[in-house]
Design a binder for this molecule. Structure first.
Ligand code: NAD
Ligand code: DAU
Length: 353
């Protein structure tokens, strides 16, 4: 089916902007509708290169507003949905859980309801829900990995809200036969990530010579995937995934936070012509995140074996490309950090010293 009209939610955010770009460029016959409320995390500068593309359409709006959502489904007749819009930052979920319940759970159900009403039982539609490995909880044994059959055990308000949204997608598939797939991905990094997340926040602090706030002892482990590899996985699953299935996506690339931070400091010293070891002097151990998950590690064999996807970049290479992007896009960072960001930063980090 070439005349698809795909609604991509959260397309002005970090991962969504890469998914929108990939679909716009790779599938000129698809009409792509980017629905985004432009919260603090949404940024039209992430898609400004796409404005002149004839198959790109931007809609500003809130997925929590069910009348508005029903209205745009009727007006545009979307054939498919790729749902990324969410509140996505764990630390913010600890200070304001309700915002996560609203957008991540109610917003998702609003989209499912609108899809159900428009598509009824017609075939050839797809609701693709983009989720996270955090729904599986925290690993404590180094030989364990999250697979698609690992029980859900979310530990933060963010992951609890994403877990609930996954359950609703499955419930709509089971009850109303909504054609759906879900993918659960590990930590993404790359261009356009909002500097509240570890890597861009630390890049910005190194640039401005501010302390690097390492939570706890920096011993937590995350599995890192380059954002464009995630977008490619979403493309592959969107086109070839089996209805009703879940696919885990990951980089087979685990790093203790503190080791990653030392690598980042080294790359930044080189790029900024600073003495080796200079940036690492900014490392400052601070109060740990409440309920901090120790380790995430994804077993991504299913999407690799069944659909032929695999990560394309080594982490060292991806990290260097990422640093280069932030250095070349100082204005992008400046525009974000000159506004409300400073207030967020002061409130979030004031009590961690
Ligand atoms: P992000 O915070 O960078 O972007 C979220 C986008 O959603 C923003 O553009 C924001 O404006 C929009 N949005 C928020 N609330 C909205 C609302 N009520 N209505 C409409 N738009 C709204 O997030 P991200 O890091 O790009 O994550 C995208 C998705 O991928 C999320 O669902 C997240 O749970 C999931 N995910 C993220 C990662 C990661 O490492 N960042 C990993 C796995 C899964
Ligand atoms: O695993 C997928 C998830 O990865 C996504 O679902 C989330 O949307 C995304 O935000 C990310 O969650 P994390 O909590 O793992 O990412 P974050 O960048 O916030 O933190 C990464 C690690 O670094 C984590 O162990 C906490 C630590 N950290 C983070 C910040 C912001 C610090 O030590 N200091 C910091 O200032």
């Amino acid at each position: 089916m070439t005349n698809k009209k795909i609604l991509i939610t959260g397309g002005a955010g970090f991962i969504g902007s890469h998914v929108v770009r990939l679909f716009i460029e790779k599938y000129p016959s698809y009409q792509i509708y980017n629905l985004d409320m432009l919260t603090y995390a949404g940024n039209l500068a992430n898609n400004s290169d796409l404005n002149d593309k004839p198959n790109y359409h931007f809609i500003k709006g809130d997925i929590n507003d069910s009348d508005f959502i029903d209205g745009i489904f009727n007006d545009f007749g979307f054939t498919d949905v790729i749902h990324l819009a969410a509140e996505s930052h764990v630390d913010r979920s600890i200070t304001d859980p309700l915002a996560f319940i609203k957008t991540n759970i109610i917003g998702t159900v609003n989209l499912l309801n609108a899809s159900r009403k428009l598509w009824k039982t017609e075939p050839n539609h797809l609701f693709y829900h983009v989720s996270t490995d955090e729904v599986y909880g925290s690993l404590h044994n180094e030989n364990e990995f999250f697979t698609e059959t690992t029980s859900y055990d979310p530990q933060s308000p963010y992951s609890a809200s994403k877990a609930a949204s996954d359950h609703f997608v499955r419930a709509f598939h089971n009850t109303y036969k909504i054609p759906c797939v879900i993918s659960n991905c590990s930590n993404n990094y790359g261009p356009n990530q909002f500097p509240e997340k570890l890597i861009p926040l630390f890049i910005n602090n190194i640039l401005t010579k501010k302390p690097l706030p390492v939570y706890g002892k920096g011993e937590n482990v995350r599995d890192w995937l380059y954002v464009k590899d995630h977008a490619i996985a979403i493309d592959v699953i969107f086109h070839n995934g089996k209805l009703g299935e879940t696919y885990n996506i990951g980089g087979f690339n685990e790093w203790h936070n503190i080791e990653l931070i030392h690598l980042l400091c080294k790359v930044m010293d080189k790029k900024l012509n600073r003495k080796e070891g200079e940036s690492a002097q900014l490392i400052s151990y601070v109060t740990d995140r409440a309920g901090h998950d120790l380790r995430y590690a994804i077993d991504a064999q299913k999407v690799m074996n069944e659909l032929g996807w695999k990560p394309s970049l080594q982490f060292e290479e991806g990290l260097e490309i990422t640093v280069d992007w932030y250095l070349a896009n100082a204005e992008w960072m400046q525009n974000i950090t000159s506004g409300e960001y400073q207030k967020y930063y002061d409130e979030m980090y004031a009590n961690r010293a």
